[in-house]
Design a protein around this ligand. Structure first.
Ligand code: CTP
Length: 402
């Protein structure tokens, strides 16, 4: 049985949430409803209790043995806010948690679908648009409102999307949460640090944001994710964090676990060289600039490409400043990977947004425009998951062209 958490906020369109509650029941969902105080001015909790056969909540502090907001957050397979007022979008964007519904939103790891409805000027207001962009950047699905005659008499965008459209977004979100279930995916993220002495290192500009977005998206689609990272990892019950610092630690973390993986996504910026003789004590300025001898590190992706079972989906990244596609294609061949995510090194590193071209042996698979890394991760997983889904769990995927 699928469980929906239906959040209703204050607006004229609140009555339409009842239609969604009814549709959810017909389609076999268990639905728990949470209304904000202002929502109850437009529609009664009792309406939802009658339609869903579950209590509809308003107050998070009602007496009882359980912690209501945590229970509701955990039970939900999908959360939908219908309608979402301008005020509630702003609260979500800031991460406020001053009532039951906003607290549940912060506490849930389920996908969230938000259907705004408001006056056209409130919708167009830059404050609202910035909030919507921030929410989308975090991977929240904001269903575009329709244009038409609004309750206030004005004509324009701000009308709640059709209930069937909102339901379709919920179905799609639920489908994605199952898409990678039973799969074990490893993602590497961040830049390695190669010690010069106990306080200095050779590093790079990688922030880990792309790898972390990929790990989170895979976990949200139901995978067991092993995230090998040099940075602070995102929290999700599906993510097991493996902290590393150097290329050698990363190599061990990856290669020791290669056997059990369905996919390895090498998003980490692994150092190509490291100081051959790091000093065990801090180098002193007074002894002059040190002569540093560098030695190559293990190329983890290439080594994984050598040891791989054919069924493993092996994905590398190419961060380039020149001749992106030429270098990316060469890396695909040289490292025996299935796919390469090629991006511009200068604009990708540390940024919140990124663009990427995806290549396989047959050429360009997709050209994903610049967008928040969370959205880019979703686009990438749409491609990767379709390759994995052609194969039985725990083993094969289609290596077309390999
Ligand atoms: N990579 C790796 N181990 C290394 C270096 C890189 O596994 N020691 C992986 C990266 O995680 C990435 C891919 O190889 O998925 C491409 O890395 P990149 O540094 O762009 O390629 P290099 O082979 O190092 O080539 P170059 O530095 O000449 O661009």
């Amino acid at each position: 049985m699928r469980t929906a958490l239906l959040g209703v906020t204050g607006g004229i369109a609140a009555f339409k949430a009842a239609e969604l509650a009814s549709l959810l029941r017909k389609r076999g969902w268990e639905t728990h409803t949470v209304l904000t105080r202002n929502a109850t001015r437009f529609i009664a909790p009792l309406t939802f209790e009658g339609l869903t056969h579950h209590p509809a909540h308003v107050d998070g502090f009602a007496p009882g043995p359980s912690i209501l907001h945590i229970d509701l957050a955990r039970q939900a397979d999908v959360v939908a806010i219908v309608p979402a007022s301008a005020d509630f979008l702003a609260k979500m964007s800031c991460g406020l948690a001053d009532d039951l519904l906003s607290t549940v939103i912060l506490a849930t790891t389920a996908p969230v679908v938000v259907a705004p409805a408001m006056n056209v000027e409130m919708w167009r207001n830059p404050a609202t648009q910035e909030n919507v962009a921030r929410l989308r950047g975090r991977g929240i699905d904001v269903v575009q409102p329709r244009s038409g005659e609004l309750a206030c008499g004005e004509i324009g965008e701000g009308k709640l999307a059709r209930i069937e459209t909102i339901y379709a977004h919920m179905e799609a979100a639920w489908g994605r949460t199952r898409q990678l279930s039973g799969r074990t995916i490893m993602v590497t993220a961040g830049g390695t640090r190669e010690p010069i002495d106990p306080v200095r290192y050779i590093g790079n500009r990688s922030s880990g944001k792309m790898g972390h977005a990929l790990a989170l998206e895979a976990a949200q689609r139901g995978a067991r994710v092993l995230l090998v990272t040099t940075a602070a990892a995102p929290a999700h019950p599906g993510i097991q964090e493996i902290q590393v610092e150097t290329a050698a630690e990363l190599a061990t973390a990856v290669l020791d676990r290669l056997e059990g993986l369905d996919a390895l996504i090498m998003a980490a910026a692994v150092a190509d060289w490291r100081p051959a003789h790091p000093s065990s004590s801090k180098l002193k300025k007074s002894t002059g600039a040190p002569e540093m001898v560098l030695e190559p590190t293990v190329d983890v992706l290439a080594e994984a490409g050598r040891r791989r079972r054919p069924e493993l989906l092996l994905v590398g990244f190419a961060a380039e400043t020149d001749d992106l596609l030429v270098h990316a294609r060469a890396k695909l061949e040289a490292k025996n990977a299935d796919l390469i995510v090629a991006n511009d090194a200068a604009s990708a590193m540390e940024a919140d947004d990124n663009a990427a071209v995806i290549l396989d042996r047959n050429g360009v698979v997709a050209d994903l425009p610049r967008q928040p890394k969370t959205a880019l991760a979703a686009g990438l997983w749409d491609i990767l998951a379709s390759r994995l889904s052609r194969a039985p769990e725990g083993q094969a995927h289609d290596r077309r062209g390999a």
